[in-house]
Design a protein around this ligand. Structure first.
Ligand code: IPM
Ligand code: MG
Length: 362
């Protein structure tokens, strides 16, 4: 029997509800396979601002560093949205990514066969889509300095800085190549090399690394073109690797392929572990959906689907990872649907019931 320590950060809005469903499924995995998951709960985001005056306390980062993995819900809400605010819930998210060195954000997009009809795109366009976006997570516009807003005699000004070093580019590009090698061996590197210096360096570094992966087919695609191809020809993509901001935008777009943001999970890692034992942060890609909070409405599948990645990349439990994936498929097959993926003839359930059904199927 193995024992693991998980830090749980439910956060704001629907975060606590979807995380509770995820925890139920994790506990079912523990019972079925004889593992012990010791959970420590802590605060991040708006709730942390209210309770502690900061979106993420240093002791929380320390606790995360001592865990095997971190499970996160979502942060943010209208209460903390004032553009004048000194602290924002999102600061907590950026601080945990940076604090734990989680530069590689993996966002898989799979279209479940029975949900091909719940997307706004043509079912034949999305059926069979299976791609993964590898987003650089601790550099670029999010962290570059200077970053500030100020007032001049001629009005207000603001600046953000997009900066990348060749080391930052190389390590994320390698994650892209390695993943492609384990999949269909096609890597699309997305940049804006026709305009941006950071993108020209990005492309140079990609071209320098490419010879190490002769078995992987490489494409360079400009980000504007990529955003079009993603909805036009999504099946063409296998692994997409890109910088922070482009990855943020493209993954919201890619999520529409799966029918609902409520289906997609993400893993943030400090590199691809060779042996499946590296600290990682696991979360749904959706936000805190404040208007749905506290109503037992939200789809917990995105959070539940972050568990297979946790089991695989941080806990080294491949068989258990597959068991969760199968349990989700089976539950959908049994007709369970939350409101966002509901269609005629299916069983409409809430967050809790969906979590319970998946846990039963583990
Ligand atoms: C995401 C989110 C975050 C980001 C926000 C909440 C700071 O949109 O994880 O995609 O921009 O990275
Ligand atoms: Mg985003």
């Amino acid at each position: 029997m193995a024992s693991f320590h998980i830090t749980v950060l439910p956060g704001d809005g629907i975060g606590p509800e979807v995380v509770a469903a995820g925890v139920q499924v994790l506990e079912a995995v523990g019972r079925r396979y004889g593992h012990q998951f010791a959970l420590t709960y802590d605060d991040i985001g708006g709730i942390a601002i209210d309770k502690h005056g900061t979106a993420l306390r240093p002791e929380t980062i320390k606790a995360c560093k001592q865990s095997d993995a971190v499970l996160l819900g979502a942060v943010g809400g209208p209460k903390w949205d004032d553009p004048q605010a000194k602290v924002r819930p999102e600061d907590g998210l950026l601080a945990i990514r940076k604090g734990l060195g989680l530069y590689a954000n993996l966002r898989p997009v799979q279209v479940f066969p029975f949900l091909a009809n719940s997307t706004s795109l043509k079912p034949e366009t999305v059926r069979g889509v299976d791609l993964i976006v590898v987003r650089e997570l601790t550099g670029g516009l999010y962290f570059g300095r200077p970053k500030r807003r100020w007032t001049t005699t001629r009005g207000r000004r603001a600046v953000d800085t997009m900066a990348y070093s060749e080391q930052e580019i190389a390590r994320i590009v390698r994650v892209g190549f390695e993943l492609a090698r384990r999949r269909r061996k096609v890597l699309t590197s997305v940049d804006k090399a026709n305009v941006l210096e950071t993108s020209r360096l990005w492309r140079q570094v990609v071209m320098e690394i490419a010879p190490e992966y002769p078995d992987v087919q490489l494409w360079h695609v400009l980000v504007d073109n990529c955003s079009m191809q993603l909805v036009r020809n999504p099946k063409e993509f296998d692994v997409i690797v890109t910088e922070n901001t482009f990855g943020d935008i493209l993954t919201d777009e890619a999520s529409t392929l799966a029918g609902s943001m409520g289906m997609l999970a993400s893993a943030s890692l400090a590199g691809l572990p060779a042996d499946g034992r590296a600290l990682g942060l696991y979360e749904p890609i959706h936000g805190s959906a404040p208007r749905r909070a506290g109503q037992n409405l939200a789809n917990p599948i995105a959070t539940v689907m972050s568990l297979p990645m946790m089991l695989r990349y941080s806990l080294g439990l491949e068989k258990e990872a597959q068991a969760v994936e199968k349990a989700v498929l089976h539950t959908l097959d049994q007709g369970y649907r939350t409101y966002d993926i509901m269609s005629e003839g299916m069983k409409k359930v809430g967050t809790r019931e969906m979590g319970e059904a998946i846990a039963r199927n583990v």
